[in-house]
Design a protein around this ligand. Structure first.
Ligand code: AMP
Length: 466
């Protein structure tokens, strides 16, 4: 089996690890890959947007499957191109990927289908957008409709902030074409959970939920980033009275509810619009007092959530087999097909597990100096030896002319640690992170803090902690 993996970040390193672990004979080619992925396969320096050369590479090396990591090549139509050439590829077409690449399209679909989400209006004119902000009242959220590298969402505390954000996007051209239309959206209060579903467009399997940490500094302060860490399990859901509750059963019910009320109708709606979605559909949910609401969709695996999920994902059939089926345009194996009424069965066969009964994983991102502004690059990295239960995924790293590992991007490394609890996994991740050396490294010491607080508040937690 030969797989071409497109991308070169921590997410792709984690996928490369999982796929080669499932099939040790797997021949992995990555474009462009990174020094971490280079230990698992061959890296070929082709840009993720150079679709022509990627297609040539897939053909020349007779790969059985291409897996697309980042959203940019999906938006550029890599799946459409490979499909029309008969090459198996895991990911959605350009039209289906609009569920992420056009927030205006995604919002309209949610509103049309009655899927719970924040109220919002889509505008291209400054005056209309500002009037919408006044109708919602502060706090209010202003979003660039297109892809903006995770930076196109501004949560505005005041109407003055909203006005500036609207001016910036519509007049200041801050995000270029991506900001030519803006969403003005009602602010939602609550905790967020990320859910992934692998789908052939009809049937799907939902993977265990995660929580990520977007802010740069501890306790969720500081500027927004691409993500400073992630963890699972997230034991959060609703009780019978619709109150938020922190227990594993409620979390399981939440996944089933999201399968029924979010994933199934969204996939059905996409298919009905001629945009059958294949690949990985990511739903960011806000757990509000009136139930879960969709914050956003992504059309690919999350980063750094994937680095937390892969070390503990227990899935049958294997991820590789699911990807292969989806990539070939076949129904995903092991899951029932829709019945005569077209009802989508939702099964969550994926579990978190290791040898330990209850496994947790905490991923801490180590970022370069000056991230998320203009990160400094070229600093030499020293990695301590890796211990059991610790996974070091490369993101912004490179080799210099002498072969030394150096920083080469904003998020440099993701250190995932597996342990029986989130608290222990956090400690294990921290223990390693503190010993990684490079100039100006930044990280959050508190990834998973919400779950740790929840566990401390659970009945009986005090007694067992002493
Ligand atoms: P997005 O790129 O749409 O996921 O937005 C990035 C982050 O902004 C989300 O993860 C939320 O933390 C926050 N956010 C987006 N929309 C809202 C909203 N309507 N209410 C509150 N927070 C939001």
């Amino acid at each position: 089996m030969r797989v071409l993996l497109i991308g070169g970040g921590g997410r792709e390193h984690a996928l490369a690890w999982k796929l080669t672990r499932e099939d040790p004979d797997l021949e992995l080619i990555a474009a462009p890959g990174n020094p971490g992925i280079a230990e698992l396969g061959e890296c070929v320096p082709v840009n993720v947007l150079d679709i022509e050369r990627l297609e040539h590479l897939a053909r020349e090396r007779t790969v059985d499957l291409t897996v697309v990591g980042p959203e940019a090549p999906l938006e550029a139509g890599i799946v459409d191109r490979f499909r029309s050439s008969g090459l198996p590829i895991f990911g959605p077409t350009r039209a289906a990927a609009e569920i992420e690449t056009s927030k205006a399209f995604a919002k309209q679909l949610l509103l049309d289908e009655g899927i719970a989400t924040a109220r919002a209006e889509i505008h291209t004119r400054v005056a209309d957008a500002k009037a919408a902000a006044r109708r919602f009242g502060a706090p209010v959220v202003v979003k660039a409709s297109g892809l903006a590298a995770g930076k196109g969402v501004i949560v505005c505390k005041t109407l003055g902030d909203a006005d500036s954000a609207i001016d910036d996007m519509l007049e200041g051209n801050r995000f270029g074409a991506a900001g030519a239309a803006v969403l003005v959206e009602e602010f939602m209060q609550g905790e967020e959970v990320s859910l992934f579903a692998i789908t052939d467009g009809r049937t799907f399997v939902v993977l265990p939920g995660l929580q990520d940490h977007k802010r740069l500094l501890a306790k969720d302060h500081g500027p927004n980033t691409g993500g400073m860490g992630a963890y699972l399990p997230v034991h959060l859901g609703y009780d019978a009275d619709r109150a938020l509750t922190a227990d594993p059963q409620a979390a399981e019910r939440l996944v089933l509810e999201a399968a029924r009320d979010v994933f199934a109708p969204t996939l059905r709606a996409l298919a009905a619009r001629g945009r059958n979605f294949t690949g990985l559909l990511y739903a960011g949910l806000m757990l509000t007092r009136s139930g879960p609401k969709v914050v956003e969709f992504n059309c690919r695996f999350g980063d750094p959530e994937t680095q937390a999920l892969m070390p503990v994902l227990d899935i049958s059939p294997r991820l590789l087999d699911l990807m292969l089926a989806v990539g070939r345009g076949e129904p995903i194996p092991g899951f029932p097909v829709p019945d005569a009424t077209g009802t989508l069965p939702a099964r969550t066969s994926a579990r978190i597990s290791t040898a330990e009964a209850e496994a947790a994983c905490v991923t801490t991102v180590i970022a370069a100096a000056n991230y998320p502004e203009t990160p400094r690059t070229g600093d030499v990295i020293t990695l301590p030896p890796i211990e059991d239960g610790v996974f070091v995924f490369h993101a912004g790293t490179a080799r210099d002319s002498e072969g030394r590992l150096i920083t080469a991007g904003g998020r440099v490394l993701a250190v995932s640690a597996v342990a029986p609890s989130v608290e222990l996994a956090q400690a294990r991740s921290m223990e390693y992170v503190e010993r990684v050396r490079f100039e100006g490294k930044q990280y959050r010491p508190d990834i998973g803090w919400r779950e740790i607080e929840r566990q401390m508040q659970r009945p009986g937690a005090g007694a067992s902690r002493d």
